[in-house]
Design a protein around this ligand. Structure first.
Ligand code: FAD
Length: 468
């Protein structure tokens, strides 16, 4: 059914000015960050409340019109891609912080992540979810993709930060489970099903989020190591030396760091550390700062004595700390600017990272003799963003197409090592065939049964995560 047939009815729910059918205004909603897909929807609807959202869904359900929820549109798997006969449903009008008290922030799904971090900070708390896209991505999007980021090793993934959830369902009901409770064992934890569902079951309209004490002291260092095995050994050492205060432990291959120097303005390697692998390590705690610095120095001293550490520089000013993080956060953009690249969001258990990196290099060279992968990622979660830029002797226009078998083999490799082919970005449109190919059949069957139970007409984000 065409979206024009529901336009009038939807306008009666949200108001005509919150229905966008103008092609020029719709255009930004049809793009996605990597330019891989271009959507075709001709109608965007922006409800102003959970009740209006549910009414929009009920109308689309009756008429059999597909609904594609959109947040900040920073997702990397084509999750907001739309067909001409589907509506886009934007939560941007629902961006109120409903409540903020000790330990809990209740906010609407259209809030931008950075705004929530700021609101928590102003109140003296920490909302620790932190991603490169935090200035644009929205709460509904980060929960629907169960986003990760740099603090997973300490605070967990997005789902670990949720105490309660409000969701509009395809049949027009609202699941209201916003109680700010850490403990509630009254049956199945239904809210968790909607987190990471990428909009295929319902529309998240609000969440009660767990807040943490705001650290009073930070210490950040950039380390140089010879190989990935050393990186993981140092991670385990840092865990036992710094305990709960270990805030981030990020891995950057030298190739990835060098791309920052070439493609981004003024992003050198701090301390000119000359090593095959760099580690961005941060500890944060209740202070005092000198004590934290002493513990980090002790850990570095031990690592040096044991021969695992080639070089290290500790930030002694906020500017130096920012320079280290600029390097880490700059890598995805530097890879993007360097030209076509095959990108993979893989995970293996941390102790298998080095094995994976060795085997993956062989796989890359088998397909393209001149391949020089530039991995980077989160050591503590075993999450590697494994990018393979187009080698100089390969036609850039044909590289992405020619690289498909290589990507498939890298995903299989991670899977065969008890890993994942999508650690934190989700499945969306891009990886649903891989889920079908590699996923556990029993899990897939349960997912389909759940989808049928909650969304029997299949209107929620059609064709994403699961094949129709
Ligand atoms: C520069 C950059 C850095 C990034 N870094 C990270 C990172 O470190 N870690 C990480 O995990 N990801 C990262 N990402 C990926 C992306 O930012 C995350 O996936 C983010 O969670 C998406 O949020 P969004 O609001 O942009 O969602 P969108 O892209 O708008 O949507 C993502 C999915 O969620 C669905 N959805 C959106 N809102 C709702 C809702 N209210 N209810 C139900 N479904 C909804 C959409 O239909 C879609 O399937 C990065 C992306 C970029 C561009």
């Amino acid at each position: 059914m065409s979206t024009a047939t529901v336009h009038h009815e939807l306008a009666s729910i949200v108001g005509e000015r919150h229905c966008v059918a103008d092609a020029a205004l719709l255009e930004p909603y049809l793009e996605e960050p990597r330019g891989r897909y271009h959507g075709e929807s001709r109608l965007l609807v922006a409800p102003g409340s959970a009740g209006e959202t549910a009414a929009v869904l009920a109308c689309c359900n009756r008429r059999g019109v597909g609904v594609v929820p959109v947040g900040g549109r920073t997702g990397l798997c084509g999750g907001t891609h739309s067909q001409a006969n589907e509506i886009l449903l934007s939560l941007h009008r629902q961006r109120r912080v409903r409540d903020l008290n000790a330990g809990c922030l209740t906010a609407e799904a259209g809030c931008v992540l950075a705004t929530l971090q700021e609101r928590a900070d102003e109140a003296g708390y920490l909302f620790p979810l932190s991603l490169g896209s935090e200035g644009s991505c929205q709460l509904g999007g980060v929960l629907s993709t169960n986003a990760g980021g740099i603090h997973v090793l300490r605070y967990g993934m997005a789902r670990d930060m949720v105490l309660g959830l409000e969701v509009a369902l395809p049949d027009g009901r609202v699941l209201s489970d916003l109680k700010p409770l850490a403990k509630d064992n009254t049956g199945y934890d239904i809210k968790q099903l909607f987190i990471g569902a990428e909009g295929t079951l319902g529309v998240i309209t609000a969440a009660a989020l767990r807040l943490h004490p705001r650290p009073r002291a930070w210490i950040t260092a950039l380390l140089g190591v010879a190989d990935a095995d050393q990186a993981v050994a140092l991670f385990r050492g840092a865990q036992s030396a710094l305990g709960e205060d270990l805030n981030a432990f990020e891995l950057i291959s030298r190739g990835a760091a060098q791309l920052c120097g070439v493609h981004l303005d003024g992003v050198p390697i701090p301390g000119d550390i000359d090593a095959p692998w760099l580690l961005c390590v941060e500890a944060a705690g209740a202070g005092p700062e000198e004590l934290l610095a002493e513990r980090l120095a002790g850990f570095l001293e031990d690592a040096r004595e044991q021969g695992g550490l080639l070089d290290a520089v500790c930030a002694v000013s906020e500017a130096q700390r920012e320079a280290i993080w600029r390097l880490r956060h700059g890598v995805p953009e530097a890879v993007r600017r360097s030209g076509p690249a095959l990108r993979h969001d893989l995970a293996v258990p941390p102790e298998r990272i080095a094995d994976f990196i060795d085997s993956a290099l062989e796989v890359c060279r088998k397909h393209f003799a001149g391949a020089e992968p530039v991995p980077f990622g989160h050591v503590g979660d075993g999450n590697l963003h494994y990018s393979v830029p187009c080698p100089p002797d390969v036609d850039p226009d044909r590289f992405l197409e020619q690289g498909r078998p290589l990507s498939a083999e890298l995903r299989e490799l991670a899977w065969s090592m008890d890993g994942s082919f999508s650690a934190e970005h989700g499945v969306g449109l891009m990886l649903k065939d891989e889920l079908e190919r590699l996923g556990d059949p029993v899990k897939l069957e349960l997912m389909r049964a759940l989808k049928r139970a909650v969304d029997p007409r299949g209107i929620m984000n059609p064709g994403k995560v699961l094949s129709a």
